[in-house]
Ligand binder design. Structure first.
Ligand code: DX5
Ligand code: ZN
Length: 221
């Protein structure tokens, strides 16, 4: 199975963003994860379109944008223009997930749906044909540096089985508390794409941190 590492710039030193993203790229990172927080859906504020635009100039890697915001539909056009490659929003933030997934695809981006730890996965079946990516939150969103919730492993496994049964050919991404100690467990449960903030940008050697996360996955297959 593919292993894709998506370092989250939430944990980067923003004064050295270009340099640190370059180091992650050197280490073999496949995507760059960008956490957008609005202070309402989650109790924290982070970045918006200007940072996505800046990242688009810094790197050629796909920008994997994660919206932790209310009314995600109001950002689709602007973030497409800013250079997002994929746009993932939280299922809990809207009653119209299908409509917004379709709108994201129409704008040429990968359409993703994120589930909070307490959100049951069955709703994925209702939008199976509109999904390019499923993001399983392995912490409650809002902050970097939290611990992986142990219950997430069984949920990843259930979602992988559901994807198999319903023939959903999407990426299965996990986000929150992914470290050298937890990545193999999430991978073993069926995740193929791994967001890592602190574990990458908190390391002294960023490129080596990306390589080590990949090794930790592959050593357990
Ligand atoms: C959490 C964000 C994550 C965060 C992960 O709300 O969605 O992407 O940056 O950070 P770590 O890897 O430090 O848990
Ligand atoms: Zn995220």
């Amino acid at each position: 199975m593919t292993v894709r590492i998506a370092p989250s710039v939430l944990a980067a030193d923003l004064g050295r963003l270009a340099e640190q993203v370059g180091e992650a790229e050197t280490g073999g990172a496949e995507w760059i994860h960008v956490d957008v927080m609005d202070g309402h859906f989650v109790p924290n504020l982070s970045f918006g379109a200007p940072v996505i635009r800046a990242l688009r100039r810094i790197t050629d890697l796909p920008l994997d944008v994660h919206l932790m915001v209310e009314r995600p539909e109001q950002y689709i056009a602007e973030y497409a223009e800013a250079g997002a490659s994929g746009l993932t929003f939280q299922a809990e933030a809207t009653d119209h997930a299908q409509r917004h997934l379709a709108a994201i695809r129409e704008r040429g981006m990968r359409a993703g749906l994120a589930l909070n730890p307490a959100t049951p996965p069955d709703l994925l079946l209702e939008v199976a044909g509109d999904l390019d990516l499923i993001l399983v939150m392995t912490v409650n969103p809002g902050f970097g540096g939290q611990s992986y919730l142990p219950a997430a492993t069984a949920k990843i496994r259930r979602i992988r089985a559901l994807m198999h049964d319903a023939k959903i050919a999407a990426s299965l991404e996990v986000d929150g508390g992914i470290t050298l100690a937890t990545i193999a467990e999430a991978h073993g449960a069926g995740a193929d794409t791994f967001v890592a903030g602190t574990a990458v940008f908190g390391a002294a050697d960023i490129a080596e941190a990306v390589r080590a996360l990949k090794r930790a996955c592959l050593s357990r297959v």
